[in-house]
Design a protein around this ligand. Sequence first.
Ligand code: IPE
Ligand code: MG
Length: 232
Amino acid sequence: MDGNGRWATARDLPRIAGHRAGAVAVSRTVEAARELGVGALTLYAFSSDNWKRPPEEVSGLMQLFGAYLQAEKTRCIKHGIRLEVIGRRDRLDRPLVEAIDEVERATGSGSALHLRIAVDYSARDCILRAAGALEGPLSTERFTRLLGEAMHASAGAAPDVDLLIRTGGEKRLSDFLLWESAYAELVFSERMWPDFERVDLEAALGEFARRERRFGGLPSQKANSVAPIQAV
Ligand code: IPE
Ligand code: MG
């Protein structure tokens, strides 16, 4: 989710107004993803490098995240959305960590959509911590499980990303799900995140379906399924 600040600046608004509009786009996109049959959606809300931003912006973002959790809990339960937060928790305020625990507990049985929100997340940090926890023989499966534990994934795994969407016109990964994106299809959208609409998600899914995924092998006839992990 990129482009909140530029969206606000273009309208002579403070950056936090862009983040507020971004939160509305989150609700809209989660709803659209569920309706379109997406199985899992991971949103990059706050990277570990975002702590470098001015304290007012950081606290504004954290407040918005807390408000989002509170407002969306009931809706997630109603629609069968399992909400999970990935990333470090030791640098978040205590009440926010409690709110995360509570939403994860309350929505844990949801099976319509697995929604993951990345907060204080760094893929490199997760990879390092998973490597540090390694004991015994090394395998992709074991490492993937440790990676899931390192990011606090309650499922205890780090599923592969099928489609990765980056908004805001930038073309980089910015330390997001690096291991999991080994074979992700990348879609870059010029849309600023607060302007991201259902049609943009549909367009990205359409593009994904048209891509030929070979995973290093030879072409197959199978079309891509539309139940990917997405990261926007
Ligand atoms: C939102 O967009 C992403 C967050 C860190 C919450 P930005 O805040 O990066 O917006 P731009 O890149 O300044 O436009
Ligand atoms: Mg940005």
